[in-house]
Design a protein around this ligand. Structure first.
Ligand SMILES: [Cu+2]
Length: 631
């Protein structure tokens, strides 16, 4: 247990105290930019730390400066205190290295404006320990204990096989939502979760694309969950079947049948891995965290004829992170959250604050210590030395990952989460934020009797302002035996139909921070989500060009419902090869602008625009566009 005697209570926050800390942070930033050695000096301590360790060190953390200092040398048995100097952002102090259970060697959350002693540090042996913030993984540093030495492993033990959720293939399906204890961790009790159909993830809906599919969802969840709503992410369906956050809800004991035609303007939707999940206003993060997520796989028999790996060589993989108690229950990051309206707790904007971060809204990011694959922690999968199609889904509420294979083996990306790309793209790593998917082929030939890791690596695209990704091994492929397989990746995969794209931007959606008399909040075009307000009207049958831009100091992953969107420009340039297919979710790093276009087909009514970092969405970073009958 961390003792809190050093903790500064901010229970009665005065503007003066906030301003003092903010100025301190700004000075630290200034010092570190003009005098490199100053950055190594913990504020308040006398000397620059060199090879010789100290018995006690302080580390200060803010989003704008990261950890200061970034390197600390501590004597064995020494103590460490982490101060969070941000007024609204929580941070964690977490080791990259994990123990045999896959738990970080230390992992302490430090609320805004508070400090925590990192008691586990005192028990560490000589070594070099990388640390990071789970919520903002771009914040990193290194702790050297004693004489330093070998870096402890970030690889957990792979103790349970990868499983696939049950598959449902009929044209009219019934999924009962209920509480169930499910196996997530390899040992100890099963984990109580809110499930679709008694499994986590829920059953994978597998349908040939173009075939109408009806799914009856029944709400037998505990009464306290309240009314729920189901969104098929990336789907094209009538407004009332789109999982409206405030309407067409499924109350406790009730059911609703959703109709998914899997057709767009008479043509089957491109086959892809999409997913279904809860979309309830202000409760989306909570409801997803506790289990309301499942995969929705549409298939196209042409993929096998193209030569792509299929059947047992096609593996849908859903990644999502959670934290657990000692008895394998899910931790509850929402317990301090008063719902449904909570943005009023945010700090009001303050004049003269040096950074935007100081006015970022206060939310409760749901970020876990453990990344699960198809609902299991650290699974392994035996594979033949052949080619496998991995359809990767990041279903995390908040976290992004930069996927990478051990030994530098590349992915051949063949699709997005909305269909095949025109041509395959060879990539060393693939960055996916919440709700993004990638369809890849991995070639295990020549790797007989070796084990290949699929990991998340620290974000490798050189971004200095975007949200980072953690350094963690996620699953293991054990290449064994021989194969009779003859799959390959053709040089041309599909044709994206040409579209006449309007020159004029019909709508600009700006993702940033809004302010009102209650405080600051995550906003689109400066406004909170309001279910009674329509933000943009589009005539059915028209094609529109939209601009998405991020004016905040955090990355957002922006999701547009309903249509087959294509990326027209990213920051004024042609999008990279992996963004030349259809998309429904885009990364927008601070300052970025993406142009997208779609034709609005088949359905009139209300549809959503929102950030898919669920804590931001719940904080009100959501808006409505309405498709209206053509004149
Ligand atoms: Cu966001």
């Amino acid at each position: 247990m961390p003792h809190n005697h050093r903790m500064r209570s901010w229970g009665e926050r005065s503007i003066g105290a906030v301003a003092t800390v903010a100025v301190g942070a700004a000075m630290a930033l200034l010092l570190s930019s003009t005098n490199p050695s100053a950055a190594l000096t913990p504020p308040g301590s006398g000397a620059v730390q060199q090879a010789a360790g100290v018995d006690h060190a302080d580390i200060h953390a803010t989003l704008s400066t990261g950890f200061v200092p970034k390197t600390v040398d501590l004597n064995p048995g020494g103590t460490l205190t982490v101060y969070n100097d941000d007024p609204v952002n929580p941070h964690t102090f977490t080791s990259v290295a994990v123990n045999g259970q896959g738990d970080p060697l230390f992992d302490v959350e430090v609320p805004p404006g508070e400090s925590r002693d990192i008691s586990a540090v005192s028990g560490l042996g000589d070594g070099t320990y990388a640390f990071f913030c789970r919520i903002h993984p771009e914040m990193t540093g290194t702790l050297t204990v004693g004489t330093g030495g070998p870096v402890p492993t970030n690889v957990p033990k792979f103790q349970q096989p990868l499983v696939q959720p049950p598959r449902l293939t009929g044209k009219h399906l019934r999924i009962v939502m209920r509480k169930k204890k499910v196996r997530v961790l390899p040992h100890g009790p099963r984990t109580p979760m809110w499930t679709y159909g008694g499994s986590f993830p829920g059953p994978t809906i597998v349908r040939r694309t173009g075939r109408d599919t009806k799914v009856t969802f029944v709400n037998h969840l505990p009464r306290k969950v309240g009314a729920v709503t189901v969104h098929q992410h990336g789907g094209h369906q009538a407004s009332k079947y789109d999982g409206q956050p405030m309407d067409h809800l499924i109350r406790h004991g009730h059911q609703l049948t959703y109709d998914y035609p899997l057709v767009d303007a008479g043509t089957p939707l491109p086959a892809a891995l999409r997913f279904y999940h809860d979309h309830r206003m202000h409760r989306t993060a909570r409801n997803n965290w506790f289990g309301l997520q499942g995969m929705f796989l549409t298939t196209d028999p042409k993929d096998a004829r193209r030569g792509l790996p299929h059947g047992k060589y096609d593996l849908p993989l859903m990644f999502t992170d959670r934290s657990f108690t000692a008895t394998n229950r899910l931790r509850n990051p929402f317990r301090h959250t008063s719902m449904p309206m909570r943005a009023g707790r945010s700090m009001p904007p303050m004049a003269g604050m040096p950074t935007l971060a100081a006015t970022d809204p206060m939310t409760t990011p749901s970020v876990g210590t453990k990344v699960l694959v198809n609902g299991r922690f650290a699974p392994y999968r035996y594979v033949e030395p052949g080619r496998y199609r991995l359809q990767i889904l990041n279903a995390s509420p908040f976290s992004s990952y930069d996927f990478s294979l051990s030994d530098g083996r590349p992915f051949v990306q063949i699709g997005t989460g909305s269909g095949l790309l025109p041509e395959p793209v060879t990539r060393q790593d693939i960055l996916l934020g919440p709700a993004q998917r990638a369809d890849v082929v991995v070639d295990f030939r020549g790797l007989e009797d070796t084990d290949v890791l699929l990991s998340s690596i620290p974000r490798a695209d050189g971004s200095t302002t975007g949200i980072g990704t953690r350094d963690a091994a996620l699953m293991q492929f054990r290449v064994r035996g021989t194969t009779q397989q003859s799959a390959h990746v053709p040089a041309t995969l599909t044709r994206i139909a040409p579209m006449r794209i309007p020159r004029q931007v019909a709508m600009t959606w700006t993702f940033g921070v809004g302010h009102d008399r209650h405080g600051s909040f995550w906003a689109i075009n400066g406004k909170r989500f309001d279910p009674t307000r329509v933000d943009h009207r589009v005539p059915l049958g028209s094609t529109e060009l939209w601009k998405l831009r991020n004016t905040s100091d955090l990355t957002h992953y922006v999701h547009l419902h309903e249509e087959l969107w294509r990326t027209v420009r990213r920051d004024g340039r042609r999008p990279p090869p992996w963004e030349r297919g259809y998309e429904d979710t885009w990364r927008l790093d601070p300052g970025e602008t993406v142009l997208v276009a779609a034709r609005f087909t088949d359905f009139t009514g209300d549809f959503m625009v929102h950030c898919h970092m669920l804590d931001h969405e719940d904080d009100s970073m959501m808006a409505t566009f309405k498709v209206v009958p053509k004149k």
